[in-house]
Design a protein around this ligand. Structure first.
Ligand SMILES: *[C@@H]1O[C@H](CO)[C@@H](O)[C@H](O)[C@H]1NC(C)=O
Ligand SMILES: *[C@@H]1O[C@H](CO)[C@@H](O)[C@H](O)[C@H]1NC(C)=O
Ligand SMILES: *[C@@H]1O[C@H](CO)[C@@H](O)[C@H](O)[C@H]1NC(C)=O
Ligand SMILES: *[C@@H]1O[C@H](CO)[C@@H](O)[C@H](O)[C@H]1NC(C)=O
Ligand SMILES: [Fe+2]
Length: 452
């Protein structure tokens, strides 16, 4: 009896002395490219309203100041977990420089971070780390990526969908924990993303609100130029979550076609000859997990059921996309150049030298609580190399003709388990040879890309 009274008394006192906790301190700091590689957006969270959003930054010292805005983001879960997401743009950055910065307000600053800007030079060779499907639990590749990013190995990261597992889980506290985990990567290098199926909850709001990608805030797609690459990021999920309607899918398809046509204008393709598309769910895969690509025609490849509108394979073939990067399968798979199940090797000995169709890889093995995916024993003709090791991909664009990719195995202590060059003397439509292409004048090309 005495004991119970004590407990009651204690909990009463506890209630009485419980004070408000204030969260003005910035956290979950991450970077992304703005309208070009000389504009960096800093995004971070505070749980209380700091009234202002400021980044102090500069070369050799924090002598400059930029102001942005914050927006209240309320998760859709029962707790209505709320946070202020701050965004500040650092525009007109000086090329080839190391900037230091911190972010916050007069209620508190973050730790100091740094980032590098690329040289203003057509010979810049951007180096990217690429992966999908990294969770809060079992984020196998994260430690290596943190070390490599802070050593300055990469210019940018591409995270090809599926974050945290899931960002909305437990009233979005999993999302917060994940964004804190990646801070030691993403506060140093632009962290460029696309949405995956794990972001679907509450209309993808945890994804849309937490990241700041180029383009319009409300669109889950965008494109940007990095050295010789034009990288396009799309949402494959618009093909699968049709409960949000058909309109977003149609809108994305039209945007994508326009973006591809523009990227193919001779003056653009000359500057950024490599057209690379990233999206979460692959069109092909040879995994055993009975997912869309092993057992069905993928909607992204052939378009909607029966009508076959808005299929992406033909569009990307017609507009001469060089490389497609997918994830979703928790493994790594490299494909021979393939179009409609047919392999179009450049030549037998050098399949990726002037290939006759886009090259595709699937890199979804960064590590998450769902573990790894295995492969079917009968390897399809289009499948070149597979690995279920945890790991990630590195891509280096050497110049307009040479692109290098390699797969890092985290299981094998960082060993490179696959590597290949894509070599292209010609970046036009696959149905034309280099000679045909050179004969086409700009006006005819514009028409061609507009009607392809
Ligand atoms: C500060 O944030 C915490 C956590 O979200 C919340 O419980 C509290 O009400 C907020 N305080 C103020 C003054 O807004
Ligand atoms: C989902 O979010 C997008 C913005 O990303 C918005 O345009 C759309 O109206 C939302 N749809 C629904 C059904 O809430
Ligand atoms: C493509 O090239 C690879 C590597 O030489 C070869 O193993 C494969 O059989 C080729 N496929 C076709 C259809 O020629
Ligand atoms: C492009 O880079 C590759 C790999 O470094 C090199 O072999 C090739 O000569 C370069 N091509 C041009 C045109 O500079
Ligand atoms: Fe996925």
């Amino acid at each position: 009896m005495m004991f119970l009274l004590n407990i009651l008394l204690l909990s009463f006192l506890n209630l009485k002395v419980r004070a408000d906790i204030f969260y003005y301190q910035p956290e979950q700091v991450h970077l992304s490219y703005g309208k070009n590689v000389y504009e960096i957006v800093v995004t971070w969270s505070t749980f209380n309203d700091t009234k202002s959003s400021v980044v102090e930054y500069g070369i050799g010292g924090m002598i400059l100041q930029a102001e942005g805005t914050s927006k209240l983001f309320v998760d859709g879960g029962p707790e209505r977990h709320a946070q202020y997401i701050h965004r500040v743009r650092l525009a007109d950055l000086t090329p080839d420089s190391t900037y230091v910065y911190h972010c916050g307000s007069d209620l508190g600053w973050s730790a100091q971070f740094w980032f590098k800007t690329p040289p203003d030079n057509p010979n810049w060779q951007p180096h990217l780390a690429i992966y999908g499907d990294m969770g809060n639990e079992n984020a196998q590749s994260l430690v290596r990526l943190q070390e490599e990013s802070q050593r300055g190995m990469y210019d940018a990261i591409l995270h090809v969908g599926d974050f945290a597992y899931d960002m909305d889980t437990q009233n979005a506290y999993i999302g917060d924990a994940f964004m804190r985990q990646i801070e030691s990567v993403a506060a140093y290098v632009p962290y460029m993303t696309c949405p995956g199926n794990h972001e679907e909850k509450y209309n993808f709001s945890n994804y849309m609100e937490r990241f700041t990608m180029p383009g319009r805030r409300e669109d889950p797609f965008y494109s940007f130029n990095v050295g010789p690459m034009h990288i396009i990021s799309i949402s494959t999920e618009l093909y699968y979550f049709l409960n949000f309607g058909l309109k977003p899918l149609v809108f994305q398809y039209e945007w994508l076609e326009n973006d591809l046509a523009e990227a193919n204008l001779p003056e653009n393709r000359e500057k950024h000859p490599w057209i690379i598309v990233m999206g979460h769910r692959p069109m092909y895969c040879s995994n055993t997990d009975k997912d869309d690509c092993t057992h069905h025609e993928t909607l992204t490849r052939v378009g909607l059921p029966f009508l076959h509108f808005f299929g992406l394979e033909k569009l990307m073939y017609d507009y001469a996309v060089d490389l497609q990067i997918w994830a979703h399968e928790h493994s790594y798979e490299r494909l021979w150049p393939v179009y409609n199940y047919k392999v179009y090797n450049g030549s037998y000995d050098a399949p990726y030298t002037n290939p006759g169709a886009p090259v595709q890889i699937i890199t979804g093995s960064a590590g998450c609580k769902e573990g790894k995916d295995d492969f079917i024993p009968a390897k399809p003709e289009w499948s070149a190399f597979t690995s279920s090791d945890y790991g990630y991909t590195r891509l280096k664009a050497y110049n307009s003709t040479h692109l290098h990719l390699e797969q890092v195995s985290d299981d094998k202590a960082g060993l490179v388990i696959d590597s290949f060059w894509i070599i292209k003397n010609f970046h036009g439509p696959y149905k034309y040879s280099m000679m045909d292409w050179n004969k086409l004048d700009n006006r005819r090309l514009e028409k061609l890309t507009a009607t392809a």
